[in-house]
Design a protein. Structure first.
Length: 161
């Protein structure tokens, strides 16, 4: 007696609406992340919710890797710029001058001094144990006792009697 093989069943479909995801979204998302896009921004761009973007990250590993790569590169560029701002930097520049009705281009080096606000921000984020805004009480370092300071002011215009 001949046995018949059962016909292969088509793969079962997931319930619900089909995904709007397309393979080209991974590269588009990477480029958007290079520009500083958040997951919410990505959702707006692709016309889906932020939750859908999070679902795509789970269901499409290439999409997740693209997001990570774009965000990592953008964060690294910002960190480099913040570091330069905190430590000071120089760059070549061109000044355009008009001398005797003639336009001249003069190259020079522009210097930017270190920026204290950038330093503080960098240190608070890189070394919060040493630079946080509100140190927790309970450390071993006791604060110095208050000091009494007396300032005498004399009027220098009159000689003392």
């Amino acid at each position: 007696m001949a046995t018949r093989k059962a016909a292969a069943k088509p793969p079962a479909r997931k319930p619900g609406r089909p995904s709007k995801y397309k393979e080209e979204f991974a590269e588009q998302a990477r480029k958007l992340c290079l520009l500083g896009a958040t997951d919410k921004d990505l959702g707006n761009f692709f016309e889906v919710s932020e939750q859908t973007v999070n679902t795509w990250k789970i269901e499409h590993p290439a999409f997740l890797e693209s997001l990570k790569a774009g965000k990592q590169m953008a964060d690294a560029e910002v960190a480099r710029s913040l570091f330069e701002r905190a430590t000071g930097y120089s760059h070549k520049a061109v000044k355009i001058l008009v001398v005797d009705k003639e336009v001249r281009h003069e190259e020079y080096v522009e210097h930017y001094p270190p920026d204290a606000t950038s330093m503080i921000f960098w240190l608070k984020n890189r070394r919060p144990d040493l630079w946080r805004g509100n140190p927790e009480d309970g450390g071993t370092d006791d604060p110095a006792p208050p000091q009494k300071v007396v300032i005498e002011i004399q009027d220098g215009r009159r000689a003392p009697a």
